[in-house]
Design a protein around this ligand. Sequence first.
Ligand code: CDP
Length: 231
Amino acid sequence: MNTKTTTTVPVITIDGPTASGKGTITRLLAQRLGWHILDSGALYRLVALAAHKHSIPLDDADSLQPLAAHLDVEFAIDEDSGEIVTLLEGEDVTQDLRSETCGNDASRVAQIAMVREALLARQRAFCETPGLVADGRDMGTVVFPDAVLKIFLTASVEERACRRYNQLKDKGLGVTMRGLLDEIAERDARDRGRAASPLVAAEDAVQLDTSELTIDEVVDRLWSLCQVRLN
Ligand code: CDP
């Protein structure tokens, strides 16, 4: 896999397992810095949704590769709510994208090296001035190995299941705590155990266990690290 990056735009990578708080922390840190965001998981989720739409099995690498390479996606702002709306081939998939089923399907297509390779250029294209905060599993190890600051967030399975339960309940998506615990453990195993870009902290990443920390505490710690690394 090509691991070279040529950009001089500063990148902060935030990797970690499912429901470790990466999405929220990435958004808040990027807001403080005034930088762009890459939600790389959304791209894998979109490949999984596109596969369903075109009746492609989630292990059919030869069909998934061109699908990932030519994904027709648009991110727009809803004028009423101010929220980001995701359009896949012109269809609003914002709600479907966040379901646990979609996350699990994403983790299956993400096992395929050809799919990962096909998404590489698209992810790097998010790198624009003044900077990028990139959220995922392999941001620090593969996609942006030259990042100025690499963070690896963790939290216990129980804490992560609890956070995801509250998140999905707030969105009105039906889940049970038992089901979530099982799904998260299964997804962790698949993400850590795969051959292509497994979930692992980069050697030079700062690891942070967020089990006992509030969101604001995590953002404050990362902000302090930014003061040191960006100056
Ligand atoms: O929000 P959550 O952490 O549950 O998932 P996500 O970040 O949206 O990612 C969904 C799935 O995509 C993960 O379980 C990974 O298998 C895969 N993924 C990946 O392999 N590499 C990335 N850079 C991002 C996501």
